[in-house]
Design a protein around this ligand. Structure first.
Ligand code: CA
Length: 724
């Protein structure tokens, strides 16, 4: 079953996570529901710089920002739950989100209220002790926007600031919500060009009277930027573009003039350029700057963006900009001329470390490209660049020049190449945690190889044919599954949880995990490291040894990070479940489907989770195949190009929560044109593709699915017969 291991790379690769809706499972929800018998006061969520600065002394049990505090170290100083008693952890309460989409969020816990962000930006305010709902805010994201969002209805988090909760919606709006009442106070459109497929899945950050937010959509051909809005009024304070625009127009700010010199010969602005800041933005009060984690190029292949070469600033960079003015203080580019979807959007942590005898204020990041970076926050100086997973695209980072040295054997322009990391990265958006006392960063890494090849039409014609506002990678996608299938040289897919020393680059310990795509990490002063995994276990590891001290089965896979908080003297550990579909054999999501749920543990907790019904994985008998082989083959390529990023090009096997189209009922076959061209299921996220698909091509895709269902069903039945 090698193919499946590889396949998950395709499904989750560039995707911040992958999920779509299988059925219309979400009940209609009112815009804001306030439970009448719970007192909410106007003092709610009065978070500001002063309070965050004093939280370690005043309220170590709070979780005030996305990464807990401004340093975003995600280390809980609580130690009521520790390695002596962790086996007494049990469920205190849980809250169902009624969604099968991936749940990636980090909640906030402020004054005994837990604020959580569920898919499609449904925000919950819950009593942190009991789970009782105080209010619920539904941003009313149009479900059809899913077609413009590569990776599902994800919402990784929210911000709290001076009495307001901020959410940035999948369709690109920034909304300020009254933390007391759950009512929207204002809403702004953060998208500069609605003709392009922008989306937002990341958490806004709040500081210095401003809300900072980026966006995603590089795979669809957008131009990245970050906006800062006044936290009170929603007025735009500044905007920093991450890649240059149309050179016939004036530069928006001086940094764009500088960046434009590093883009050569192409017409990148028509394609978008990429450089989206879709995950990490970190505020640093010590330098009064925010760090922007900038994403990959659009399209992925550099020769199509910038055929004359160049570094293509500020792709795959960490950029420090002044909080007040939005002017750049410094940048560090992790992957000059990105050619592989190597985003530097992964979580960034701020800390102080002694390096070569000197105390440094540092920024740490483990981006997709496989090197763990330690930068000096004062000036962006590269202090360390440690390889932390299998890396074949580069041999090392030259510490003199600060640049990676590319492996010339791995150029894929002429020949398809298996390369590590793949677009899933050696580490993705899954949260890391830093235990400063042990000087260890705990995080999951993975080897998820990918077969990079130039787009087939490029090889045929020398031209890159781009579909307007569609998934445009510039690498072969339509035939990728076939190519992977036919390749017998795929490297292994593996995942690890690491205790990593950011100074030496050594791993104190590293646990090989059963699956590769696992959740974010929380370390605590109780000498524990918590992580949810794809198999479906929330696990507590010993911080020193990596030994498993406790685990709890959650009946769903996890990608979200755990957090810990304290209310009235009781420590809690919580995590959101539901990966939006498991991607590997024996995952909980594959077995039961994805359950979007917040689960909260405490010592002595005794609740049980409901046991879900196991899924039937047998492929039903498809309708008769009527197309010829040529049409089926055309359908295969179209499916890979147009349907794959949601319906997973090669991870058939009913793994994702997106409908596995081999399982289509006779009725769905009947309704195919109405769904695919008529938009019948728009309100479930399946918008019409009539703008890019003819009726004949839509039918070719269906015929391919019939052929594929027939083959796979026969194979499964024969394997079953063999086993019996
Ligand atoms: Ca990407």
């Amino acid at each position: 079953m090698k193919r499946l291991g590889i396949a998950l790379v395709v499904s989750c690769g560039f995707l911040s996570a992958c999920s779509q809706e299988e059925q219309a499972v979400e009940a209609p929800q009112p815009k804001s529901v306030t439970a009448p018998d719970v007192a909410v006061t106007t003092e709610h969520a009065q978070v500001n710089e002063k309070r965050i600065a004093k939280m370690e002394q005043d309220e170590p049990g709070a979780w005030l920002t996305f990464g807990r505090n401004y340093e975003e170290q995600r280390f809980s100083p609580l130690q009521q739950v520790n390695r002596e008693n962790v086996d007494k952890l049990g469920i205190a309460w849980f809250k169902d989100f009624n969604t099968t989409h991936a749940v990636q969020g980090t909640p906030l816990v402020i004054d005994g209220v837990l604020y959580a962000s569920a898919p499609f930006n449904v925000i919950y305010a819950l009593d942190a002790k009991s789970g009782e709902e105080l209010w619920r805010f539904d941003a009313q994201v149009p479900k059809a926007h899913l077609r413009k969002a590569c990776c599902g209805a994800n919402s990784r988090g929210i911000a709290a600031y001076e009495g307001k909760i901020y959410t940035a919606t999948l369709d690109g709006r920034l909304i300020a919500i009254d933390a007391a009442s759950g009512e929207a106070l204002w809403e702004v459109d953060t998208i500069i060009d609605r003709s392009r497929s922008y989306s937002i899945t990341g958490a806004p950050r709040a500081a210095a009277g401003k809300i900072f937010i980026g966006n995603g959509g590089a795979e669809f051909g957008v131009r990245g930027y970050v906006s800062a809005y006044d936290a009170q009024s929603g007025e735009l304070a500044w905007r920093f573009y991450t890649v240059p625009g149309d050179p016939s127009l004036p530069f928006e700010h001086p940094e764009m003039e500088m960046a434009a010199k590093t883009w050569k010969g192409g017409e990148w602005w028509k394609i978008g350029g990429g450089g989206t800041v879709w995950n990490s933005i970190v505020y640093d009060p010590e330098f009064n700057q925010v760090y922007l984690g900038v994403g990959n190029g659009a399209p992925w292949t550099r020769i199509l963006r910038s055929p004359g070469g160049g570094d293509n600033l500020f792709l795959a960079s960490i950029v420090a900009v002044d909080v007040e003015t939005g002017k750049m203080n410094w940048y560090y580019q992790t992957t000059p001329g990105d050619n592989w979807d190597y985003t530097a959007v992964q979580d960034m942590m701020l800390a102080e470390l002694e390096i070569d005898g000197a105390q440094r204020k540092v920024l740490m990041q483990a981006p997709k490209n496989g090197f763990f970076y330690v930068l000096d926050r004062a000036n962006g100086e590269l202090l360390k660049a440690h390889r932390f997973a299998t890396v074949t695209w580069a041999t090392h980072v030259d510490m003199e020049t600060g640049r990676p040295v590319e492996n010339t054997d791995k150029k894929y322009q002429d020949n398809p190449q298996w390369i590590l990391p793949g677009p899933a990265g050696a580490h993705n958006w899954h949260a890391m945690s830093f235990d400063a006392g042990r000087r260890l960063v705990y995080f999951g890494s993975h080897d998820m190889p990918f077969l990079y090849a130039m787009a087939e039409e490029y090889n045929e014609t020398g031209l890159y044919k781009r579909r307007e506002n569609q998934f445009n990678l510039g690498i072969e996608f339509g035939s990728l599954e076939k190519m992977m299938d036919e390749s017998d040289t795929a490297p292994d897919t593996v995942g690890h949880l690491n205790a990593f020393d950011p100074v030496t680059g050594e791993k104190r310990w590293s646990v090989r995990q059963k699956a590769a795509w696992n959740g974010g990490v929380l370390a605590t002063a109780g000498d524990l490291v918590f992580q949810g995994n794809e198999e479906g276990f929330l696990v507590a590891y010993d911080s020193d040894t990596g030994d498993v001290l406790w685990q709890h089965y959650m009946f769903s896979s996890m990608v979200a990070p755990p957090i810990s908080f304290e209310v009235d003297g009781q420590q809690y550990v919580s995590i959101m479940t539901g990966a939006g579909g498991g991607f590997e054999d024996d995952s909980a999501d594959e077995k039961y489907g994805s359950t979007g749920r917040l689960v909260v543990f405490a010592l002595g907790g005794e609740m049980d989770l409901p046991i879900p019904v196991e899924r039937n994985l047998e492929i039903p008998e498809p309708p008769p195949l009527t197309a010829n082989a040529e049409d089926v083959d055309r359908g295969r390529v179209l499916f890979g190009d147009l349907c794959g990023y949601c319906h997973m090009p090669s991870v058939f096997g009913r793994r994702g929560n997106n409908p596995d189209l081999r399982y289509m009922s006779a009725e769905t076959h009947e309704l195919w044109p109405a769904i695919v061209l008529g938009g019948l299921k728009s309100n479930q996220g399946m918008a019409s593709f009539a703008d890019v698909l003819s009726a004949e091509d839509a039918e070719r895709i269906r015929q391919y699915l019939i052929a594929r269902a027939g083959t796979d069903r026969a194979e499964a039945l024969s394997a079953q017969a063999g086993a019996e």
